[in-house]
Design a protein around this ligand. Structure first.
Ligand code: BG6
Length: 474
């Protein structure tokens, strides 16, 4: 079997991402207040796989020292997590909680002590419940409170953190909380969703403005889940149009204002025509224009396939879905546990889009990964899990990323999701993603085969790929 060696640029960041709410546990300890997840779980535990809630997620709050040593063992030179707003400022606004300041200081120092570069994100779906009660992202008061939280983080930790991001996948709380009912507050209303999306975007720009005022030695960006929308039939104008509109709503609604400082005109026209343009103030537009990102993080898991609307659908409220239908491509390679298509070429397409249409801004893969149910089946005698399917998934995606880098894409790193098996929202611990397995009984950790693979890749800055996995669209 032929193998190809893909060498990555010098100084490439290798590692993984997690988030505070999915890994820390200690959900209501040491003064942390409830997030919408803590609240929703109390109300409707049956909405969570096996009724496992967010209370003890992977115990990073207690075990961070040992866990960070494991990150080093599996080859991390960089690592992302998030600061939980509800932990740092339990009332949503006002003074930070000293216990939380101590935890985040110690955690950041422990990461740095291992020679690992910390990337810190400020919002990962974890709205404090007290802020949701004030209207969540629909409220401008909450926008201001978030900006205060962001500023507090910069003041407390900005001497050591050189890579900040304002949001992780800001479109997901819009989809989950206001369109498709998989996040609290479980609303289905496209007009309110548009307001939530706009206020989130404004919050990001305002946080960036605060960061810039402080003249700190670091950079700030945003993490977007760019799911390319592929039309069912590229020769069918209506399919192509439907895919373009889907892209406007779910990718470009954050990508364009974050990178270019303004919204796509076609998106504004549609929202205006349909009478769902969000409330905005004239000066907001200057804030968005003047506070674009330094770098972009891209989470990529799956593409989206789209076809034109096949039959009239009537909605009680405005929904973006009036413009397109989702389409399941026959013969697509699937991850059956998550129900997501596996399509590595999209990573190349994303890279080319950023290169050609977004000024070749610096960017990195901030999440990519494969969740698998029942990994116990692959446990070997020495106790480790032989997750060759995961290594193959990463190899194939990295080969496609490498091709784009060779063609000039400005990509500076690759973070997988995730280091240690962690809690996945409604899916709880159903699908495991980690390089390191976590036993939910005694919380012990065990490096999987993919953890050793990452160490090798990061030490050599090279990915060795079987010919059968190489991109075939040269
Ligand atoms: C991303 C999120 O959407 O995908 C993570 O940033 C999430 O928080 C990850 O855990 C994997 O998705 P899921 O739904 O399987 O956990």
């Amino acid at each position: 079997m032929t193998k190809k060696f893909y060498q990555f640029p010098e100084g490439f960041w290798w590692g993984s991402a997690t988030s505070g709410p999915q890994s820390e546990g200690a959900a209501l300890e040491d003064g942390k207040s409830a997030t919408i997840w803590d609240y929703w779980y109390e109300k409707e535990p049956e909405r969570f796989f096996d009724q496992v809630g967010p209370k003890d997620t992977s115990t990073f709050y207690k075990n961070y020292k040992d866990d960070i040593k494991l990150l080093k063992e599996v080859g991390h030179n960089s690592f992302r997590t998030s600061i939980q707003w509800a932990r740092l400022i339990p009332d949503g606004t006002g003074e930070p909680n000293p216990k939380a300041v101590e935890f985040y200081n110690n955690m950041i120092d422990a990461v740095l002590a291992e020679g690992i570069e910390p990337f810190i994100n400020l919002f990962h779906f974890d709205m404090p419940m007290c802020m949701q009660e004030k209207g969540g992202w629909e409220s401008r008061e909450v926008v201001d409170a978030y900006v205060h939280f962001a500023k507090t983080c910069f003041e407390l930790f900005g001497d050591r953190i050189k890579h900040w991001t304002t949001f992780n996948e800001p479109i997901v709380p819009v989809e989950g909380g206001y369109l498709y009912d998989f996040h609290y507050p479980n609303v289905r209303d496209g007009k309110r969703a548009a307001q939530v999306a706009y206020n989130t975007m404004l919050s990001s720009a305002k946080a960036i403005a605060e960061y810039r005022k402080m003249n700190l030695d670091g950079e700030i960006g945003i993490i977007l889940n760019l799911t390319p929308s592929y039309p069912r039939d590229e020769k069918d104008e209506e399919d192509v149009k439907a895919a373009r509109i889907r892209d406007l709503f779910f990718n470009r609604s954050f990508l364009d204002p974050s990178v270019k400082g303004y919204y796509p005109e076609e998106l504004i026209d549609i929202l205006k025509k349909d009478g769902v343009l969000p409330y905005y103030e004239e000066e907001d537009l200057d804030v968005i224009k003047n506070n674009t990102i330094d770098f972009l993080g891209v989470n990529y898991y799956q593409p989206v396939r789209i076809k034109k609307k096949e039959k009239e659908e009537s909605f009680d409220v405005w929904m973006p879905d009036k413009y397109f239908d989702n389409y399941q491509m026959p013969g697509a390679k699937m991850n059956p546990y998550r129900g997501w298509e596996i399509f590595p070429k999209a990573i190349y397409d994303i890279a080319k889009n950023v290169q050609d249409n977004y000024g070749n801004i610096k960017w990195f893969i901030s999440e990519n990964g494969m969740g698998v149910e029942g990994e116990e089946r692959f446990r070997k005698e020495d106790g480790s899990i032989e997750d060759d399917y995961r290594i193959e998934f990463y190899d194939e995606h990295l080969a496609n990323l490498h091709k784009a880098i060779e063609e000039g894409s400005n990509c500076f790193g690759y973070h997988a999701w995730t280091a240690m098996d962690c809690w996945s929202w409604n899916n709880a611990y159903k699908n495991r993603y980690g390089f390191i397995g976590v036993d939910l009984g005694d919380q012990s950790r065990k490096i999987k085969k993919s953890g050793h693979w990452l160490k090798q890749v990061s030490d050599t800055n090279t990915v060795v790929v079987d010919d059968k996995l190489m991109p075939d669209y040269e």
